[in-house]
Design a protein around this ligand. Structure first.
Ligand code: BG6
Length: 486
């Protein structure tokens, strides 16, 4: 384990959910692991008028709750010495003087500005940082998603941030890229020669990507009702997973070599326009039901949701990638809140044998399948047909299963631990480049426009199920089924 260069990290939105529940625990873990130098400093930056002691106490409560048994008072003592708080109104130029004073004489130290605020504040924060002259050559800015709400707004933010920070200083976060198994998917594809020849049309029938959540909108009604599943999840997490699945082998593991290949995938996505939305997309909204036997309210009854809201909490899509490798291989994407299970998995279904010489089992499992699971557990499973013991040649699907937790017997890094450390190290590989973001929005916008024009609104599904029936129907029209329906 390498000790990181000394850094100053400024967490804007410092009293918010992401900072207290994810970023501070992630930094604490890296501190406990011995990666953070004692000279490094972490500042919560927010509007509330808090003393350092009050902020540290607040952070301690959140971290101990989040970290459970991992939290140790003695270690926290050491960590909290790195913590400080700056009270600042993002729009008030004068407030930045205090920040500049704290950063004076630390130009030689890596400086990370992490914006965990609404994206409409990004521009003004950047301008004020520039005016306060605190953006040094060793500075980086980390932008939390969603970046804008469509192509035009994302462009504007990118222009405004780009006026202060060079592209190589901009870290657009998609925390899914920081998940261990996403890295493992790269290892599987590009560390083994075995799969590459199989990874194409003719051998793969279809690919499914599911990111299912049991949770509802929690306390984020205000944000979510304006955003919806398409912009909250598909535009970023699902498209990034799709890119890693579908991209060509990059020439190296350098940030730009990887990002160039992902960009090619995004640009090759066949546009879904106008009436395409009726056959290749399904949007849904949950009504009251029960998740794991616990009754939960419907979306329209959640707090801060308009009573006539037509925001989607579920999306399923059939996506075509117009390249030699993937022509004719559908990628089915699905995500939703208040579904039956919390599961994130990628399923690759291979073709059947061209000429069966044995009695094949009469199930939809006939084909070989590769299931890469990111959540709740991390595993890679390959289904093959084996001979059922005993007389005769009867075949049966069995699994070659790799449980990554069990195999490595170690806790894998939380996505934010990895990504925060990457910002300090200056490694951009797991962050989105501007052109990737542009390409993703360019593909998403026409779908949303098509919904406005041709779709009657989200289909209702009962909380605790796998979404609207039309999601299953979309696959069965092609002769397939979602993995959990097999
Ligand atoms: C976030 C979305 O980006 O990802 C949330 O805004 C969603 O709505 C979350 O719940 C899911 O992340 P994870 O890591 O819990 O799967």
């Amino acid at each position: 384990m390498t000790i990181l260069p000394t850094f100053d990290m400024l967490l804007f939105g410092g009293t918010g959910d992401l900072v207290t529940r994810k970023l501070l625990p992630a930094l604490y873990r890296r501190f406990v692991a011995g990666q953070v130098s004692a000279e490094s400093r972490i500042f919560g930056v927010a509007r509330s008028n808090l003393t350092r002691a009050a902020y540290t106490a607040q952070a301690q409560t959140a971290c101990s709750q989040f970290l459970g048994k991992e939290f140790a008072a003695k270690q926290w003592d050491g960590f909290s010495r790195l913590l400080d708080y700056v009270s600042l109104d993002a729009g008030a130029e004068k407030d930045y003087a205090a920040l500049a004073a704290l950063l004076a004489d630390r130009e030689a130290v890596v400086r990370v500005f992490f914006f965990s605020t609404a994206s409409n504040l990004f521009a003004v924060i950047c301008q004020n940082l520039a005016k306060a002259k605190v953006v040094t050559p060793l500075s980086r800015v980390v932008l939390e998603k969603p970046l804008g709400h469509d192509t035009v707004s994302a462009n504007l933010i990118n222009e405004q941030v780009g006026a202060v920070f060079a592209e190589k200083q901009i870290y657009r976060i998609d925390h899914y890229l920081g998940k261990e198994t996403v890295q493992n998917l790269m290892a599987l594809r590009f560390g083994n020669a075995l799969f590459e020849p199989l990874w194409r049309r003719g051998l793969i029938k279809h690919v499914q990507i599911t990111v299912a959540e049991e949770l509802g909108v929690e306390r984020r009604g205000n944000f979510y009702d304006k955003t919806g599943a398409m912009r909250d999840m598909v535009q970023n997490h699902l498209l990034q997973l799709l890119c890693i699945m579908a991209m060509e082998p990059p020439a190296s593991s350098d940030a730009d070599a990887v990002r160039d290949e992902k960009l090619k995938v995004l640009r090759a996505l066949r546009p879904l326009r106008d009436r395409d939305v009726l056959t290749k997309t399904v949007r849904g909204q949950y009504k009251a039901g029960a998740v794991r036997g616990v009754p939960v309210p419907g979306y329209l009854q959640e707090s801060d949701i308009a009573s006539d809201s037509s925001t989607e909490t579920f999306v399923a899509l059939k996506v075509d990638i117009d390249t030699w490798r993937w022509a004719g291989v559908p990628f089915y994407l699905r995500t939703g809140k208040r579904l039956q299970d919390r599961v994130t998995e990628l399923v690759v279904t291979f073709e059947e044998v061209p000429h069966p010489i044995f009695d094949m089992p009469n199930t939809t499992h006939t084909a070989n399948e590769l299931v890469i699971r990111l959540q709740p557990d991390e595993s890679i499973t390959l289904t093959i047909l084996a001979k059922n013991p005993g007389e005769g040649m009867r075949l049966k699907p069995v699994s070659l299963a790799l449980d990554l937790g069990e195999t490595f017997k170690t806790r894998s890094l939380d996505a934010y631990e990895r990504l925060l450390m990457d910002t300090v190290k200056g490694n951009l590989t797991l962050f989105m480049r501007r052109d990737e973001l542009d390409a993703a929005w360019a593909w998403i916008d026409p779908i949303r426009a098509g919904w406005q024009q041709y779709d009657e609104g989200p289909k209702i599904y009962i909380a605790g199920t796998w979404g609207p029936a039309s999601s299953s129907a979309m696959l069965s029209r092609d002769g397939f089924a979602w993995h959990d329906e097999l």
